[in-house]
Design a protein around this ligand. Structure first.
Ligand code: PA5
Length: 442
C-alpha cells in the first residue's frame, strides 16, 4: 500500500479528469520507455533498482566508516555540488532536529558555491576542531568542490601531517577522473559513484548515504522506504500508479499554460527537499526549449512575501503542496488573562492546527485565484517516508520527461557557463574561446 497521498481535487477546475485521462496512453508509453530502458538517456538508469541491490555488507561498510569517522572527528565536512550534495542535504535537514544534540557528529556542506567568505569562515570554524572530509564528485573535476577540497585538505595536512589521508573519504568514479587518481595515490578510503547513475539521481548511492549516516539517520530505514516506493511505482503503467498520475497531471497543466510548478511546504526543515526537487526536475526537463519551471516556497513564511504574486500575479503557475500529516512535535496556545494580543480564541488549539487551517485557507484562496493545487502527503518526517517520497519524485520525473519528449537524463545546458568561466579564468585549452569572449566584452 502506498505510503503517500496524492490529491488532485484542486486541479480539476483547471484540467478535467478526462483531460488527464487523455494523457494515459502517452504516460503509459513513457513508463515503459523508462522501465524497459529503451529511451534516450537509458545508460543512466542504474538508480531505478540500485537500492534493491544493496547487500548488508555494503550498508555496513558505510555504517562502519561513520563509526571510524566518529572516533576521529567532531565534524564531517562534505564537499560536493549539485547532485553530489543536494540529496544528503535534503534528507539531513528534514530529519534532524532544528537543534541537534551537541554530541552528534556535525555534518557541514562546503564546495557548493564560490563564496570566499563561507570557505574562509568555515576554515576558521574548523581550526580548533577535529574533522574529516567526505569529498564527493563523480567527474572528480568540478571546479567548486575541487577548490574547496584543495583548501580544506591543506588545513587537514596542517593539523594532522601525514595522517591526513586517513581522514579523507572520496566518493567518486570507480576508475576515471582526477579525484579517483588522487584517492588511489594517497590511499583514501573510497566509495563509488556508479557510471549509470547521474548526480541528481544519486542520493540513494553512497553519495547520499554516507553523509546521511554520518548525521545519525538510520540509512537502513531510508533504503527500506526507497525499496517500498520502487515496488509500488515500477509495476503498474496506468494512472492508478501515483507516479504516473503525478507525471500526467503536471504535463496536462503544462499544456494548459501552467508552465511554473512551485513546490510548497509548510515545514521549513523541508526547504532542501525543494532545492533537491528543483535540480531533479529542472535539470531533467528544462531543455530543447521545453519544460516546467520548478520553483519553491516555504509557507506560511513566504505568504508574507511572494504570496501576493501567487494570489494575484501572472496566472502561469500551479502549486504542489508537500504535506506532512503529523509533525514531530506540537505545542498548544495557552491562556492569557489580559488577552491584549487577542489570541484567546486560539486557547487550547495547537500550532499545527493553526498551520492546517492556514494550509486550507491558502489552498482555497489560491485555487479561486487561478492557481491549481496538487497535494502530496506523507504521514510524518522519518527516514522510511522520506526515502519513499524522494523515490516517488525520481520515478515521476523520468516518466514526465519522456512525456515531454526530451531526454531526462542528460544536462547539456550546464556546460555553457563552465566553458566561459574556464576561458575567463585562463584554464589551458580555452585560449580560443577566451579571445572570442574578450572581443564580445570589448
Ligand atoms: O546532476 C548533475 O549531474 C550535476 O548536478 C552534478 O551532480 C554536479 O555538477 C556535480 O558533479 P560532480 O559530481 O561530477 O562533481
Amino acid at each position: 500500500m502506498s505510503k503517500l497521498g496524492l490529491d488532485l481535487k484542486c486541479v480539476y477546475n483547471f484540467v478535467s479528469e478526462q483531460e488527464i485521462k487523455a494523457l494515459a496512453p502517452v504516460a503509459k508509453e513513457a513508463f515503459h520507455t523508462l522501465l524497459e530502458k529503451t529511451g534516450e538517456g537509458n545508460d543512466f538508469l542504474g538508480w531505478i533498482d540500485f537500492a534493491s541491490k544493496y547487500t548488508e555488507e555494503e550498508l555496513c561498510d558505510i555504517i562502519d566508516t561513520v563509526k571510524a569517522i566518529k572516533k576521529m572527528a567532531k565534524v564531517l565536512v562534505v564537499i560536493g555540488i549539485g547532485g553530489s550534495y543536494l540529496g544528503a542535504k535534503a534528507v539531513i535537514s528534514a530529519l534532524k532536529p532544528y537543534y541537534p544534540d551537541k554530541d552528534d557528529l556535525e555534518v557541514i556542506f562546503v564546495g557548493n558555491s564560490l563564496s570566499s567568505t563561507y570557505i574562509k569562515e568555515t576554515l576558521e570554524y574548523l581550526e580548533d576542531k577535529d574533522f574529516c572530509i567526505n569529498v564527493i564528485s563523480k567527474s572528480g573535476t568540478t571546479t567548486e568542490p575541487a577548490i574547496a577540497f584543495r583548501l580544506f585538505k591543506e588545513l587537514l595536512i596542517k593539523k594532522y601531517g601525514k595522517a591526513y589521508a586517513s581522514r579523507i573519504i572520496a566518493t567518486t568514479d570507480a576508475k576515471r577522473g582526477a579525484l579517483r587518481q588522487e584517492a588511489n595515490k594517497a590511499g583514501y578510503k573510497t566509495f563509488i559513484v556508479p557510471d549509470d547513475v547521474g548526480g541528481r539521481f544519486s542520493f540513494l548511492t553512497p553519495v547520499g548515504l554516507l553523509p546521511i549516516a554520518a548525521s545519525g539517520i538510520d540509512i537502513k530505514a531510508l533504503v527500506k522506504g526507497i525499496n517500498q516506493a520502487y515496488n509500488d511505482y515500477t509495476k503498474d503503467d496506468s494512472l492508478n500508479n501515483q507516479a504516473v498520475l503525478y507525471a500526467a497531471t503536471r504535463n496536462a497543466l503544462y499544456r494548459k499554460g501552467k508552465v511554473i510548478e512551485a513546490l510548497v511546504t509548510y515545514e521549513p526543515k523541508v526547504k532542501y527537499l525543494s532545492e533537491w526537487w528543483k535540480q531533479l526536475f529542472g535539470e531533467s526537463e528544462g531543455k530543447d526549449g521545453k519544460g516546467l519551471f520548478p520553483a519553491s516556497v516555504v509557507y506560511s513564511t513566504d505568504l508574507h512575501s511572494i504570496g501576493q504574486f501567487f494570489q494575484d500575479g501572472t496566472r502561469t503557475m500551479f502549486e504542489t503542496i508537500v504535506n506532512i500529516d503529523n509533525p514531530d512535535k506540537n505545542i498548544v496556545v495557552g491562556h492569557d488573562e489580559e488577552n491584549l494580543d487577542g489570541l484567546n480564541y486560539l486557547e487550547g488549539k495547537d500550532v499545527n492546527y493553526v498551520k492546517d487551517m492556514a494550509t486550507l485557507g491558502t489552498k482555497l484562496a489560491h485555487v479561486s485565484g487561478g492557481v491549481p493545487n496538487i497535494v502530496i502527503s506523507i504521514d510524518k518526517l522519518d527516514a522510511e517516508n522520506f526515502g519513499y517520497l524522494l523515490y516517488f519524485f525520481m520515478i515521476s520525473c523520468g516518466i514526465s520527461g519522456y512525456i515531454l519528449g526530451i531526454n531526462p537524463f542528460n544536462q547539456p545546458g550546464v556546460e555553457a557557463y563552465k566553458k566561459n568561466m574556464f576561458a575567463l579564468l585562463g584554464k589551458p585549452g580555452y585560449e580560443q574561446l577566451a579571445k572570442e569572449l574578450k572581443k564580445d566584452l570589448d
